[in-house]
Design a protein around this ligand. Sequence first.
Ligand code: 13P
Length: 359
Amino acid sequence: MALETFHDELAATAAALAAPGRGLLAADESTGTIGKRFEAIGLENSEANRRAYRSLLATTEGLSDHISGVILYEETLFQDSTAAVGGAPIVELFLQQGIVPGIKVDQGVEPLVGGVSGESWCTGLKGLAERAARYYAQGARFAKWRAVLQISASGCPSELAVRENAWGLARYARTVQEQGLVPIVEPEILMDGDHDITTTASVQEWVLRTTYEALALNGVFLEGSLLKPSMTCAGAACPQQPSVAEVGDFTLRTLSRTVPAAVPAILFLSGGLSEEDASLCLNAINAAAAGDAPWHLGFSFGRALQHSCLQHWRGQDLNAGQQALLARARANGAASRGLYEPGSEPSDDASLFVANYAY
Ligand code: 13P
């Protein structure tokens, strides 16, 4: 079907996801990645445990007060909940709460031949239209594709990596829009490295400018798309770490210079920030914007929403896991309005940074 036939629906979905005070729960860990999370709490990476964990997320009462959408991995989109919570399809449980289901559609990164060592490109375009149609029929209304870039003294990101990843994001975005799914455009810049915040800002401006050029060339309908960037931070090993307020100011400046006002929302990834830091930085970005930004400035956190939840659940205590999830959802809902009081919600203050993170 022609893209124009989906314009109204795409814009409506994007607007629902961009609701004030709400954001996305990124629960789309691949089977390998959720295995690492389970290993940290001594749990086997079995289908039954993945089902139990995602059932916990979907039955957290009150989650929709702060969460507008959830990004799922393919297994979860087609999975039933546990008998203990009634056995309904997990996707139905989210829908009943008024949480829009989304789906990770990229198929992971591969080494970028011709790039600098360690660089990657993102795969998943082949057969994407057919998969997107199947996901739509199953209830998904938005999609995610994560491209990964890094900053290094050895020349990362190369121009090749910036252009290839921008192009992949644009081809993906156009393809899923034609099937009725709102694309989340995610050009993540890893926190690995000792570069300062001004270096991150100039690289991120380059990456975002190139990405929006590619989206324009591909005729992507911006009003029916969302951006999921990293916050403009210094490298994790940089000796001069910026203040939270500086992260807010730099992030807003980077986005103001590069992201068209037609994009309804910018939903940040947490990228390895601790739960509390992710909330504080999101709050600072909204404080810097002072309600004047053209886009909703919200969250699409994975680690920074689920870390305490996993720690409290440990495969056993459903209620403790759900309360921990709710606490961080509340914190980030407040931060997306610029109203978060530091430390006012419990969190596990562990650093969630993992070098060369693979999702
Ligand atoms: P983090 O918030 O853990 O960075 O993950 C978000 C995500 O969806 C990465 O693709």
